[in-house]
Design a protein around this ligand. Structure first.
Ligand code: SIN
Length: 292
């Protein structure tokens, strides 16, 4: 593990090329420009950053910190019966939670497992980053895993690299990251009919200029121009290669953790947890661009 100390903050690598912890900064206060530049540089290098001990941060302070990374997206419309935002006063913040108050969930995703995915890759314009702030965490489970998609591309066998050059993939919009069918969407029975954005299988990060494998999510994915069998076989090979355990890092949450990940060069997934325990996260999302 490397620790780099700067004047104000320290950056400690946590995983094998993915994940780092930033210490020495309170996110409740405005981040000084110098520290902001150090954080950006660390983020570009480590792809996922963790800030521990940030308990007591208000929702407005979370919004202020999030703006360091770019313009915020509006929170998605919740897939619950009411369709009302979880945080009515903060249109850019949503809640991820299994907690139910007066019969109404106070956040999305429940206590289910969320499979490997990149946030909202089924849209034409995909978010550059997501930020989660842990307010309540269960005693066990609910860990969040991250996978390095630069490494997935760099280490791809040469024949696979050649095969996927110039190919696109359809990213299914019909299901959420816990695999649930969204309201008003039809079950996909043939991936050739999947509805969602078409993105290149290899994207270039707009800031680092590095190439990353861009898979989005496996369910109902399809590579246009290939037979269904060939598309399935190629996607299976790419996924098997990408999510090798040695390319992943796991976040075990503590109350007060703030995590930011780069959706342009990582995948993430979440473990299920005991539904009788409580987990509450507030989440912001940074607007991005059309992958190229
Ligand atoms: C997500 O998949 O965006 C949620 C991650 C989490 O709840 O830890």
């Amino acid at each position: 593990m490397t620790t780099i100390a700067n004047e104000s903050i320290t950056v400690t690598a946590l995983g094998n090329g993915i994940g780092a912890q930033i210490d020495g900064i309170h996110l409740r206060e405005p981040v000084p420009p110098e520290a902001g530049m150090q954080i950006m540089a660390a983020w570009m290098q480590h792809k996922v950053l963790r800030f521990r001990g940030q308990q007591g941060m208000s929702t407005q302070q979370l919004v202020n910190f999030s703006k360091l990374f770019g313009e915020l997206d509006r929170a998605p419309t919740p897939a619950n019966k009411t369709g009302k935002p979880y945080l009515a006063e903060f249109p850019q913040v949503t809640a991820i939670s299994n907690i139910v108050v007066d019969g109404q969930p106070i956040g999305g995703l429940g206590s289910y497992e969320a499979e490997w995915h990149t946030d909202m890759s089924y849209n034409e314009m995909t978010p550059s980053a997501s930020i989660l702030y842990a307010i309540e965490v269960p005693p066990s489970g609910g860990d969040t895993w991250f996978c390095d998609m630069y490494a997935a591309y760099d280490k791809l066998p040469a024949d696979l690299k050649t095969r996927i050059a110039g190919l696109t993939c359809v990213h299914d919009a019909s299901r959420n990251s816990a695999g649930m069918l969204r309201k008003g969407w039809k079950e996909v029975t043939d991936p050739r009919e999947t509805i969602g954005a078409h993105h290149p299988l290899v994207r270039t990060h707009p800031l680092t200029r590095r190439k990353a494998l861009f898979l989005g999510r496996r369910l109902n994915a399809y590579i246009p121009g290939l037979t269904l069998d060939d598309s399935e076989a190629l996607l299976d090979a790419l996924w098997q290669h990408a999510v090798r355990p040695e390319a992943t890092w796991v976040q075990q949450w503590k109350v007060g953790d703030v995590l930011i990940w780069d959706n342009r060069c990582t995948l993430h997934r979440r473990d299920a947890f005991d539904a009788s325990t409580r987990r509450l996260m507030h989440r912001t999302q940074i607007a991005g661009d059309r992958p190229y």
